[in-house]
Design a protein around this ligand. Structure first.
Ligand code: C5P
Ligand code: C5P
Ligand code: ZN
Length: 458
């Protein structure tokens, strides 16, 4: 069965039981929030009343049971938990994560259709297929599927592929999304170009990353004006200006890059950007990556519902609230970075780490990622931040340069295996992943992770 046929067969619980009490239970990250918005929109349009709730994976047992439950971006790996806590509910699972066994009829997962849920489709992409199977006119929700896919870093080498590409084509043909060759600068519509340059950090650009005055000087020397009436953003650059700037960035990167990374450098500088054509010019929702950051800010600061509302197209007070969450998010991240800069970062052979006590377990990973791009920190050694999450466990978050994937390092796999060895659990992406580890085991855990990285790099 192909993905669309599978989607059709998994709409049964919805179509046949439209008068049930429905709950959409989704993950609280950017992909989960987008998934939730897509399914909620589709049910709303079908005239099906429902509630929604976005949760952390560990909180699934605490969800209030509903007659009819649709899990999004979570569930495939938690089927036993779902069976145990919601034995009397009709269950639909719309997810893209790996699983060992399929226990439900309405289990919509790309691996069942031979599609790789790792980088070809996200939870939101699956939600999009599901919505499209419910009603062909739901293709206007394609932009949200793109937001979820980039939120899950499925464009890690610069562009979306596989089923994500088909969704993108739906969006392009109905005019809701544009894809263009671009520089991979964060803040396409919201940051002055020199600021976007200053924050570019994977890989670090000698003399540019973290240095505002050098960024301004570089742009001037390349003949790229900084202002029109207002600061120019990366989206204001002409194609030629992007070519000139990107070429210069690559030249500088190569001057310091370890040899085996050289062929990957262009893919980190040039890539495709995705524009949501229905959003206002210069809005933080107009670029798919920036949109996903806003949803992340909502989810990671305890207000995923605000993200769902905005993703569903509801603005006004929801948009204002989302912008204030984004500010809070940035303030907390800045405070976290300050805390670790004063506390210091420890080094092992193949790992650097910091005690992030005081930073919340939902933010410690983002802090780790931002530290990796800052001055005085080795950008090519993976970094772990950890913080207590409950009486039993410490939450560990790891971030590393995308370039390490070029050395065939999969940190998600390493964290999963090592945490299990110490009575915890973990996983995630090759270069952004996390784990829970019992308090007493944190030191041997870190030592083993460092050793495993050493073995993987040879
Ligand atoms: O850990 P994660 O990949 O989710 O980190 C993304 C976060 O870092 C976002 O919340 C965003 O605010 C911030 N960010 C940024 N500038 C960048 C990259 C990320 O402000 N260039
Ligand atoms: O929480 P953090 O931002 O560090 O998570 C990074 C990635 O690792 C996410 O994709 C998350 O789902 C995954 N993760 C996991 N198992 C954990 C913790 C995080 O798979 N115990
Ligand atoms: Zn996902």
């Amino acid at each position: 069965m192909d993905l669309f046929q599978l989607a059709r067969s998994c709409t049964k619980n919805v179509i046949e039981n439209r008068n049930d009490d429905f709950l959409i239970a989704s993950h609280m990250d950017a992909d989960g929030i987008s998934s939730c918005a897509i399914v909620s929109k589709a049910l709303e349009r079908a005239g099906i009343e429902h509630s929604f709730k976005c949760v952390k994976i560990n909180d699934i047992p605490r969800i209030e049971p509903f007659e009819n439950m649709i899990f999004c971006d979570i569930g495939s790996g938690q089927q036993n938990t779902i069976r145990r806590y919601f034995p009397d509910s009709r269950i639909t699972i719309i997810d893209h994560h790996q699983f060992t066994e399929s226990l439900y009829d309405c289990h919509f997962n790309p691996f069942l259709a031979g599609v790789d849920g790792g980088d070809e489709i996200s939870g939101s992409g699956m939600a999009y297929y599901f919505a499209k199977a419910l009603d062909g006119s739901n293709t206007d929700l394609a932009p949200l599927a793109i937001v979820g896919a980039v939120g899950d870093m499925q464009n890690i080498w610069g562009s979306l592929k596989g089923a994500n590409r088909s969704i993108l084509e739906d969006g392009i043909s109905n005019g809701s999304v544009a894809a263009s060759p671009d520089l991979r600068l964060y803040g396409r519509f919201t940051r002055p170009i020199y600021k976007a340059l200053q924050y570019f950090s994977d890989p670090p650009v000698p003399g540019v990353t973290g240095n505002e005055s050098n960024c301004i000087a570089l742009l001037s020397s390349l003949g790229i004006p900084l202002r029109n009436e207002d600061w120019r953003t990366p989206s204001d650059l002409s194609f030629e200006e992007k070519q000139v700037l990107g070429t210069e960035l690559i030249r500088r990167i190569l001057s310091e890059l370890p040899g085996d990374f050289v062929h990957l450098a262009p893919k980190l500088v040039f890539g495709e950007s995705y524009t949501l054509e229905g959003e206002e010019p210069y809005s933080p929702l107009r670029d798919a990556t920036e949109f996903s950051t806003c949803l992340n800010a909502a989810g990671r600061n305890g207000a995923p519902d605000i993200g769902v509302e905005v993703a569903k197209g509801n603005r006004g007070i929801y948009f204002d609230k989302l912008m204030s969450l984004l500010k809070t998010h940035r303030r907390k991240l800045a405070r976290g970075i300050g805390l670790i800069e004063s506390r210091g970062i420890e080094k092992m052979d193949n790992l650097q780490y910091f005690d992030g006590t005081g930073i919340s377990d939902t933010l410690v990973g983002t802090v780790a990622g931002l530290l990796l791009g800052s001055e005085g920190i080795d950008p090519y050694t993976p970094i772990i931040g950890y913080t207590p999450t409950d009486d039993r466990n410490i939450k560990v978050s790891l971030r590393c340069s995308k370039l390490l994937i070029g050395r065939k390092i999969n940190m998600g796999k390493i964290l999963r295996e090592v945490s299990e060895q110490y009575g915890g659990e973990g996983g995630g992406h090759a270069c952004a992943c996390g784990a829970f580890v019992p308090h007493e085991n944190i030191t041997p855990f870190l030592e083993d992770v460092s050793r495993r990285i050493g073995e993987a790099t040879g």
